[in-house]
Design a protein around this ligand. Structure first.
Ligand code: Q46
Ligand code: ZN
Ligand code: ZN
Length: 321
């Protein structure tokens, strides 16, 4: 197996490209694919400040590493979800990554700053844990970005994630979600812009990137994910891709190019009726937003520490690098 670029021994094959790469050219391919996504979807402009949602997993650490490498001003935000040992361990990976590189990592801890954790919040709100978690994450990342003056929130979602969400939404024809399933959600109505620069890379590639780069990440899945439909959709798409390499990529990028516009009107209509939450000011279709209602039902409340996220480490001046 030889590298497509230099003909030296290859360490990884990328079947949808019908190519093999050595370590250096694999890194270059990853950088190029991220740069292409950023450019194609106008994700981050030069000079903008990015806030990366860092979980301690491979995708978020890979995107943070790639962005800093490419010269972007990117700080991290780690959200402690209070999911037992998993949260403790994932936080350690995120902090170690930032400390080793002298990067700024903000931290919001649900139990400490809001008085609830995901298992408790989900029970109290009678929501599935991942639904309570996703909603809390979106709210707190948006808030941190706006409070911190960041231009854009970056997440590490990869091709497998996006294709699996699309697959689920198509299976059940959830048209209101299809209109919002884009690698960029523009800034509007009090929401910051949200971008997914790794959509052109698969999960296997982000894992390989971290391993080859020596980035330590939490390998265990969140215990709440066990048996969820999302993992089943990923597996189904991987089985299809194994038979017909490139199917996953074509499914997702074909949707973006040829179908997503058709669902846009429904998603935009939903956005139109938003007003500020009476408690926290976040945009919401109801008087009090879903996050504030969840905190209340779970018996929590924002503490003084919620107003000022803890910041670990300091960013070096990257302009000279
Ligand atoms: S962290 Fe949260 Fe995920 Fe765990 S509870 Fe579900 S959504 S699985 S990315
Ligand atoms: Zn090579
Ligand atoms: Zn609110």
């Amino acid at each position: 197996m030889k590298c497509r670029v230099c003909r030296q021994p290859a360490v990884i094959d990328v079947r949808r490209q019908n190519a093999n790469y050595c370590v250096d050219h694999f890194f270059r391919m990853c950088r190029d694919q991220m740069a292409k996504a950023i450019e194609q979807f106008d994700m981050i402009k030069p000079g903008e400040r990015a806030l990366v949602a860092v979980s301690g997993g491979k995708d978020s650490l890979a995107v943070w590493d790639l962005l800093v490498d490419a010269g972007y001003e990117a700080d991290g935000l780690y959200l402690g979800l209070g999911i037992g040992d998993y949260s403790d361990e994932s936080g350690q990976y995120a902090k170690a990554f930032a400390a080793e590189r002298g990067l700024t990592l903000h931290e919001v801890d649900l139990p400490r700053d809001y008085g609830y954790d995901i298992p408790k919040g989900a029970r109290a709100a009678k929501r599935a844990p991942c639904s309570a978690c996703g909603m809390s994450k979106r709210h707190l990342f948006d808030k941190a970005a706006i409070d911190g003056g960041y231009d854009v929130v970056v997440t590490g979602h990869n091709l497998d994630d996006e294709a699996a969400v699309l697959f689920g939404n198509v299976l059940h024809w959830q048209t209101e979600y299809l209109g919002r399933q884009l690698p960029v959600l523009p800034e509007r109505n009090g929401f910051p812009r949200k971008v997914k620069p790794l959509v052109r890379l698969s999960e296997r590639e982000t894992a390989a990137y971290c391993v080859l780069k020596g980035i330590d990440y939490i390998v265990d899945e969140c215990p709440m994910a066990a048996g969820n439909r999302h993992l089943g959709y990923k597996q189904a798409l991987n089985d299809i891709d194994a038979m017909s390499p490139g199917s996953k990529f074509d499914f997702y990028f074909g949707f973006l190019a040829r179908a997503s516009d058709r669902f846009r009107a429904e998603a935009e209509a939903e956005q139109a009726g938003l007003q500020p939450c009476q408690r926290c000011g976040a945009p919401t279709p109801t008087d009090v937003c879903a996050f504030c209602r969840l905190v209340e039902r779970a018996g929590g409340a924002p503490t003084a520490s919620a107003a000022i996220p803890v910041t670990l480490g300091a960013r070096p001046d990257v302009s000279s690098r």
